[in-house]
Design a protein around this ligand. Structure first.
Ligand code: ADP
Ligand code: MG
Length: 483
């Protein structure tokens, strides 16, 4: 079975040729045998008819007259056959071709018996002098009342054989041209299968080398199974490409993140180092200035602490390491508590607080500490960017949501930056951040993660110079279930 290890083309070709030759060979053999039988049978019928007709012409006489001799000679020529007349003893008494050498010869007993019984008889005779075999038919000579002997009609079998040979030749040619056609078809078939497979192989190699954009192109003409394979292959390549892109994006974000962290850490550290050096070198002499420097350094280290805390929080949130402590929470109470905490800071910036809270706010299943963190961040931001204005905390309830809005009348956010405020470290126009407003740029990123963790959504609306509003929507489905 060595050929089984060979190429698709050879396997297909050999299988097809084998099937074809076997099939057509069998058909050829069966056809030639049956046509030969059919033609022989037909020939026999014709000869029987002819022999019977000869009898009809000569049965008026029970002896072979010259007249009869002449008639059978003419009939023999006309029919292209040899006619013998035998008597009741089986002796040849006349021949159509004046073959004197057969005269007087005696036929075998079985034949004579059949004739005398009035039966017809067929047989293949090998006659001396005639080098080809003859098909012979024997019919009784005479009438139904009296049989005088027999009439034997010989016709060469070669006519039949020629016809059969012709048919065989036609079949041979059919097989040969069939083989050519089969070879061409098999070539096309194996080409149509192996070509896309080759393409898949090439594409797989390219993908293995890192070209994830590589796809296999194909026509609708490829067989279904192959097109299914190509489709799946392309889908797999697509998946690889996506994974690669996601990996690249992740990598890029990670690098950005690290660059941002370094920058954010370096800023306070550089400042602290500068003040420390100045103090160390004794450049700051008076107590008051020294105190000022210490205060700044303390603030910087506080800021660093803040930064590291926020960073850790965000990293944990983004890697889904944070799980919520869920209980029924009175959101209105949490909101009021946060405002109370920040009341002093808010008053310092001469902002006033507005609370719009309806009666009977349904309880939300939430983590109250995290909810407090969300509100603190938002209210802290509102206060940071607002002075001599107002900060509003509002709660609304619709059929399936609890909606909390923190609104201010501060400086607002330019519309082109509104999308970006959720990014880590993003701060609108760093220049406008004075010391009092200094932040880490991580607050809103943390808020967003926390809201999402609560299955909620958060959005921001803002108008430059007029104010900003952050709206959160938390699903109340647990409440709905219990109702
Ligand atoms: N209420 C607000 N009014 C105006 N700008 C805001 C407000 N809240 C957030 N921003 C802008 O979005 C940026 C990102 O906010 P945040 O993530 O909380 O960082 P941080 O407060 O540390 O600067 C802020 O730096 C500020 O530019
Ligand atoms: Mg903030």
């Amino acid at each position: 079975m060595k050929w089984l290890n060979q190429s698709l083309f050879r396997r297909l070709l050999i299988s097809y040729l084998f099937i074809f030759i076997l099939g057509f060979g069998l058909i050829g053999i069966v056809t030639s045998i049956s046509t030969s039988d059919y033609i022989t049978d037909q020939k026999r019928q014709d000869m029987l008819q002819q022999a019977t007709s000869i009898n009809a012409i000569i049965h008026h006489s029970n002896v072979v007259t010259d007249d009869i001799k002449q008639t059978i000679e003419q009939l023999g020529q006309f029919l292209g056959s040899t006619i013998w007349i035998i008597d009741r003893n089986g002796q040849i008494v006349a021949t159509s071709s004046m073959q004197e050498l057969f005269m007087g010869e005696i036929m075998d007993d079985a034949l004579i018996e059949d004739i005398l019984a009035g039966k017809n008889r067929f047989q293949v005779m090998n006659i001396e002098e005639e080098d080809r075999p003859m098909l012979s038919v024997v019919v009784p000579w005479g009438t139904s009342e009296e049989i005088y002997g027999g009439i034997i009609l010989h016709s060469p079998i070669s006519g039949i054989n020629t016809t059969v040979r012709n048919i065989r030749e036609i079949i041979q040619w059919a097989i040969i041209s069939g083989l050519v056609i089969v070879s061409v078809l098999v070539s096309y078939l194996s080409w149509s299968i192996s070509k896309p497979l080759k393409k898949v192989e090439e594409a797989a190699n390219e993908i293995a080398l890192g070209n994830y954009k590589k796809r296999v192109e194909y026509h609708d003409s490829v067989p279904d199974e192959i097109s299914a394979l190509l489709y799946s292959f392309n889908r797999m390549a697509e998946k690889f490409h996506k994974i690669e892109e996601e990996r690249d994006l992740l990598e890029e974000r990670r690098n950005d993140f690290i660059a941002n962290i370094s920058h954010e850490l370096r800023t306070p550290l550089t400042a602290m180092k500068g003040y420390l050096e100045a103090l160390q070198d004794g450049l700051v002499k008076d107590k008051e200035s020294q105190q000022k420097y210490y205060t700044i350094m303390y603030q910087e280290s506080e800021h660093l602490n803040h930064l590291v805390d926020d960073l850790m929080d965000l990293i944990k949130l983004e890697s889904r390491e944070v799980s919520l402590d869920l209980y029924y929470v009175k959101v209105d109470d949490v909101l009021k508590k946060v405002f109370l905490h920040l009341e002093q800071a808010i008053q310092e910036k001469e902002n006033n607080i507005q609370l719009l809270i309806p009666d009977n706010v349904p309880q939300l299943i939430a983590d109250s500490v995290r909810l407090e963190q969300i509100f603190t961040n938002l209210i802290h931001n509102a206060n940071k960017f607002t002075s001599n204005g107002s900060i509003t905390g509002e709660i609304e309830v619709d059929s399936s949501h609890l909606i909390v809005t923190i609104k201010d009348t501060g400086i607002g956010i330019p519309s082109h930056d509104l999308e970006r405020i959720w990014e880590r470290f993003f701060k609108v126009d760093r220049g406008r951040n004075n010391r009092g407003r200094r932040g880490t740029g991580l607050g809103l990123a943390i808020v967003k993660e926390l809201v999402i963790l609560h299955n909620g959504m958060i959005s921001a609306k803002s108008e430059l110079g007029k104010g900003t509003a952050f709206t959160m929507k938390f699903p109340l489905y647990e409440q709905r279930k219990s109702n």
